[in-house]
Ligand binder design. Structure first.
Ligand code: ADP
Ligand code: MG
Length: 418
């Protein structure tokens, strides 16, 4: 955090009081592609986050230096691509990419805070400009939802800029100071991501805001009610392994799956008019009428419907301390994602296969939207090193990709840190 403030002072040569906000990425233990079907998920917040250091100013302009992309960009509030403002330009480091004073178009990463500002303005928040530095250690494009972390951090930065005197506190307190609940803020951030171009569900923004240290949340994505489930860290570790495959999930494949789910729900509504989305379809009803669905749609639906049941059962298993059962459900989730939802890939399948071969591993699956990204593995503490060794021995040799492996603790949700 000290580094980020120092970086801010470097970039902006500003000695004003710097505020820092933080929003974590997440790993989803089970419940994949259920969120946008009104179903259940079980994520935990990661001890990796996106941070923004900012100082508000009186121009209606948000100017951001991205450490990760090593470039700066700005936009005018509440929306609109930034035209450079005379007198606002801070002494930027000399090496602006391309050597140009002003990039021709806004970089992609600027779209997230722009869209967040847009939805907050529409929600009636009178916004104020700021200058900021953004940095993060959530790997970008690996399925750990750096995008949601960045949206939530952007929202907190915008809200802090309006109330620069708020104390350091969890995000909910800042949201409340603006008459918003944390759940509503999650929805606004989700809407922002839709406007960036991905029709994501609510899980990522919600867990980034509501994460609880040492716990996973079982979240009902329909009404946003949730239950915190303690993770027994002394009995099981959560190991995240990045396959190194940049998520090939074009928003196209993702949006296609969403469309197929909607199509399935529409067919099944014929048998029960109360069905709004796949969340409402019981396994019994599905099995009775599955033959009426087109083959691909049938498999997509089967994944979602069985996955919802697995989340609820795994929450019970975790609460009962039955990690073996939990692991079996995690394994079944992966197999369903691979065979029915078809969002895995050879690298993710290989990581899962390696993990399952290690003694003391409870279960392993792809996590996040799929098509690359990460796996999540639940393992006995003493199995972590053998797991690491097994992955290092085989994965790179067989794929040519360097895996990244780390054990993550469940962290607290987003906050104003300073
Ligand atoms: P994921 O959410 O799985 O990490 P996405 O493709 O949804 O992948 O989001 C990644 C995008 O989010 C990046 O391309 C970038 O535009 C933005 N982003 C994430 N983290 C940062 C950051 N620390 N600084 C600037 N932009 C970021
Ligand atoms: Mg994302």
């Amino acid at each position: 955090m000290a580094d980020l403030v120092a970086r801010f002072r470097d970039v902006f040569d500003d000695s004003g009081p710097v505020r820092v906000v933080r929003a974590p990425g997440r790993v989803n233990l089970i419940g994949e592609h259920t969120d946008y079907n009104g179903g259940f998920v079980m994520p935990m917040a990661l001890d990796r986050a996106v941070r923004i250091a900012l100082v508000p100013h009186d121009e209606p302009v948000v100017a951001i230096w991205s450490v990760q992309f090593d470039e700066r960009a700005e936009f005018r509030l509440p929306s609109g691509l930034g035209t450079p403002l005379a007198g606002l330009r801070p002494p930027w480091p000399a090496a602006v990419p391309g050597g140009e004073a002003e990039p021709a178009g806004a970089p992609h990463w600027l779209r997230y805070p722009m869209k967040v500002a847009e939805v907050l303005a529409e929600a009636g928040i009178a916004l104020r400009g700021f200058r900021a530095v953004v940095d993060g250690d959530v790997p970008v494009g690996s399925g750990l939802s750096s995008s949601a972390a960045y949206e939530v951090a952007s929202a907190l930065a915008l809200l802090v800029a309006v109330r620069p005197d708020v104390p350091a506190a969890p995000a909910a307190a800042l949201a409340e100071a603006h008459g918003l609940s944390a759940g509503r803020l999650a929805k606004l951030c989700q809407e922002a991501e839709h406007r960036v171009g991905v029709r994501c569900g609510i899980m990522d923004q919600f867990i980034s805001l509501h994460g609880r240290a040492g716990h996973a949340l079982v979240l009902d994505c329909r009404d946003l009610s949730f239950d915190a489930v303690p993770l027994p860290a002394q009995k099981a570790k959560v190991v995240v392994i990045d396959s190194g495959v940049k998520r090939r999930l074009s928003s196209g494949a993702y949006n296609e799956r969403r469309g197929q789910c909607e199509e399935g729900a529409e067919h099944l509504r014929e048998f029960d008019p109360a069905i709004r989305e796949l969340r409402d379809v019981s396994l019994a009803l599905f099995e009775a009428h599955a033959d009426r669905l087109p083959e691909v749609v049938r498999r997509r639906c089967r994944h979602v419907i069985t996955e919802n049941a697995r989340v609820l059962e795994s929450a019970e298993a975790m609460k009962a301390g039955d990690l073996t059962r939990f692991g079996d459900l995690v394994n079944a989730s992966h197999d369903s994602l691979r065979d029915d939802y078809e969002v895995s890939g050879p690298e993710l399948d290989l990581l899962v296969e390696i993990a399952r071969g290690v003694e003391g591993v409870f279960g392993s699956r792809l996590t996040g939207a799929g098509f690359g990204g990460c796996t999540v593995t639940l393992a006995r503490p003493e199995a972590v090193e053998p797991l690491r060794a097994a992955v290092l021995a085989r994965y790179e040799k067989e794929t040519g990709l360097a895996p990244r492996i780390w054990v993550s603790e469940a962290a607290a949700g987003a906050a104003v840190e300073q």
